[in-house]
Write a protein that binds this ligand. Structure first.
Ligand SMILES: Nc1nc2c(c(=O)[nH]1)N[C@H]1C(S)=C(S)[C@@H](COP(=O)(O)O)O[C@H]1N2
Ligand SMILES: [Mo]
Length: 313
């Protein structure tokens, strides 16, 4: 894989041996020998899109964590629209059609727009970001995402001064989603961020992982990734992004407000009412590890200066 290497990044930060090995594992599993084979995926990117993926910029953040196996990332999923068991999204989400795909961006902004997925893929240089992901259920992974900052998209639509929040709505299609007949959540799945959280450089719109196009079970063709918050904030298969003045309702908060707050920052000191949050099981590891405040992304702390994180959980 061709990776552009900016001068300021140490070679050790670019492709860890594990990542390299995992990429090779991916190639082996998918029966391909080179990234050029991307066009043979079940959901093919155009040649131009595949070229954009091949030009992915390396992750600028040093992370010592070993990336989780591709197999685990793509078969142990939460995507309730396709079933509540961890193995169901991989089995059921293959029918998701990601072309054509449009994301509407509107609400309190000067330039509301409909973006075709092809435009989104070209909107900003695609970057590789290896992030920890901590699910509120107590497990975690390390995922090498490919994507671009949500901030780049928001800048294009020019948020108005009155915009304080961003609402994300994800695909709802009862024809292909067996899970939506159960009233577990108020479908479609929605999520929300404060505007400054949405604009934070860590907040990513992911379109791929392990250097390949996202699979449906991981939220193809485009999903949110907010690494310092519990995994459920990272809405999959987004179709609508709306700028609002009022804090938007979110699917999990509406389902159980005492269990899932709007902020849902990873915080070992705020227990879930039904379990503790001070440790986690990293998928692929046997012993538990300590959960870190903001999932270890301390640079987001200024976003919450002066806030009571127990009250605003
Ligand atoms: N639309 C939608 N997005 C979703 C979910 C979901 O059920 N539906 N599950 C969330 C939860 S609980 C987690 S932990 C992450 C899991 O992402 P992954 O399967 O790619 O690891 O997706 C989040 N995004
Ligand atoms: Mo989760």
């Amino acid at each position: 894989m061709l990776i552009r290497r900016p001068a300021d990044i140490a070679p050790s930060e670019i492709t860890s041996p594990d990542l390299y090995r995992a990429r090779r594992e991916f190639m082996r599993l998918s029966g391909r020998t080179a990234l050029a084979g991307a066009a043979t995926l079940a959901l093919p990117w155009s040649a131009a899109e595949a070229a954009a993926l091949a030009n992915v910029q390396p992750n600028r953040q040093k992370i010592d964590d070993k990336p989780t196996r591709l197999k685990d990332i793509t078969t142990y999923n939460n995507y309730y629209e396709f079933g509540v068991d961890k193995d169901e999204p991989a089995k059921n989400a293959g029918v998701l059609k990601t072309r054509p795909w449009t994301v509407i961006v509107d609400g309190l902004c000067n330039r509301p727009r409909r973006f075709a997925i092809e435009d989104l893929l070209k909107l900003a240089p695609l970057e590789e970001r290896i992030y920890r992901m901590r699910c509120v259920e107590g497990w975690s992974m390390v995922i090498p995402w490919v994507g671009f900052p949500l901030a780049s998209l928001l800048k294009l639509v020019e948020p108005q001064g009155s915009a304080k929040f961003v609402e994300f709505t994800t695909l709802y299609d009862e024809k292909i989603m067996p899970g939506v007949k159960y009233p577990i959540l108020d479908w479609p799945y929605t999520e929300g961020l404060r505007l400054d959280e949405a604009q934070h450089p860590l907040t990513l719109l992911a379109v791929g992982l392990y250097g390949e196009e996202l699979l449906p079970q991981n939220g193809a063709p485009i999903r949110l990734v907010v690494p310092w918050k519990y995994g459920f904030k990272s809405a999959k298969s987004i179709v609508h992004i709306r700028l609002t003045e009022k804090m938007p309702g979110t699917a999990w908060n509406k389902a159980a407000a005492n269990e899932y707050g709007f902020y849902s920052n990873v915080n070992p000191k705020v227990d879930h009412p039904r379990w503790e949050q001070d440790t986690e099981r990293r998928i692929g590891e046997l012993t538990k590890r300590k959960t870190l405040l903001f999932n270890g992304y301390d640079e987001v702390a200024p976003l919450y200066a002066g806030m009571d994180l127990k009250k605003n959980f």
